[in-house]
Design a protein around this ligand. Structure first.
Ligand SMILES: NC(=O)c1ccc[n+]([C@@H]2O[C@H](COP(=O)([O-])OP(=O)(O)OC[C@H]3O[C@@H](n4cnc5c(N)ncnc54)[C@H](OP(=O)(O)O)[C@@H]3O)[C@@H](O)[C@H]2O)c1
Length: 300
């Protein structure tokens, strides 16, 4: 049995669709287990899950700007919640699979960050996620932690969907060209999670540790948004905005409370070697995202 926590988030929905092939999948949402609950420790202490092989934690407090004024709540979910879920896995002799963020890094490095680079989070969200990485890895030695970035999905509220919606109604748009990262689809994250879990279930080598897991290539938000609207126009989707009408903003948006790292490109050599995978370029998944929009439009 595998327990999936955060089953209703972007990644949780993708994992819900793919992990069932491994055996019984039990899904927890905020509705049946609130990780911010001050009584979480005692609630989890009473949980018995016979046959539990892995806890996969896709739950997180992900409101990056709101976390600046709610760091205590974000900490309860991202740090203490992750630690207690890792403890639940450990108590059952199960593995713990967890997801973290590029925002644990400070962004001043010239090249891609490796797993060995020292984190230096610039915002409250990054601090709480980093604490969660450390606490959960200590609580369950049989852990796999994937640090990823700029996550998008076919079903959730995410950056490319926002861009597409704006491109249908706006004639111009400004987009940040200072931050660099790798847009990463939940499809990729779920596919590699499945591979990693095969090892956990004894069907391959188990590869415990911390990994960077993102698409290959890199982009700015400007490049990502231009790619989305170009592809949408090519597919005949109803966009008013052409890529040239998205103009660069070369200073950070000071109206947002949380500071973001300028460079959060992550090196993925360790994951590629360990899991025997080649990570597709982010444009592959961005194109699939836009094709999915066409299908959704056809259904309306
Ligand atoms: N989104 C990104 O750009 C990004 C970038 C880097 C890393 N990550 C990491 O990737 C993982 C998956 O992120 P995602 O994009 O799938 O996030 P998401 O769509 O925001 O999903 C997070 C899930 O956690 C749930 N959750 C929030 N507070 C909770 C609580 N107190 N108790 C239980 N569940 C709670 C949410 O429920 P509600 O929706 O009902 O609140 C939601 O279902 C996270 O670890 C995140 O930190 C994300």
């Amino acid at each position: 049995m595998i327990l999936l926590v955060g089953a209703d988030g972007q990644l949780g929905r993708e994992l819900s669709a793919s992990l069932g092939v491994l055996g019984h999948l039990s899904r927890w949402t905020v509705g049946n287990m609130d990780l911010a609950d001050p009584d979480l420790e005692s609630r989890l202490a009473g949980v018995e899950l016979p046959g539990l092989k892995a806890v996969v934690n896709a739950a997180a407090y992900t409101a990056v700007d709101r976390a600046e004024s709610e760091e205590d709540v974000a900490y309860r979910v991202n740090a203490r919640g992750a630690e207690l879920l890792a403890g639940l896995a450990e108590r059952h002799g199960a593995a713990f699979v967890h997801y973290s963020t590029d925002y644990v890094y400070g962004g001043s490095k010239a090249g891609p960050y490796t797993e060995e680079d020292e984190p230096a989070p610039l915002n409250a969200y990054g601090r709480t996620k980093l604490a969660g990485d450390r606490l959960s890895m200590a609580a369950c030695p049989r852990h796999i932690v994937f640090r990823t970035s700029w996550v998008f999905s076919q079903t959730g509220a995410c950056f490319p969907r926002t861009v597409y919606n704006l491109a249908r109604t706006r004639d111009s748009l400004e987009m940040d060209c200072t931050q660099r990262g790798a847009p990463t689809s939940t499809e990729l994250l779920a596919a590699v999670t499945l591979l990693a879990l095969r090892g956990v279930l004894g069907r391959g080598p188990a590869a415990w540790g911390l990994y960077h897991l993102v698409s290959s290539g890199e982009a700015t938000w400007l490049e990502f948004s231009r790619h989305i609207v170009s592809r949408a126009a090519e597919l005949g989707l109803p966009v008013r905005l052409g890529p040239g009408a998205i103009t660069p903003r070369s200073v950070p948006d000071l109206s947002r409370p949380a500071v973001r790292p300028l460079n959060s490109v992550l090196s993925t050599g360790k994951a590629e070697e360990t899991f025997g995978i080649a990570l597709p370029n982010w444009t592959y998944y961005a194109d699939r995202f836009v094709e999915g929009l066409r299908y959704q439009a056809d259904l309306r």
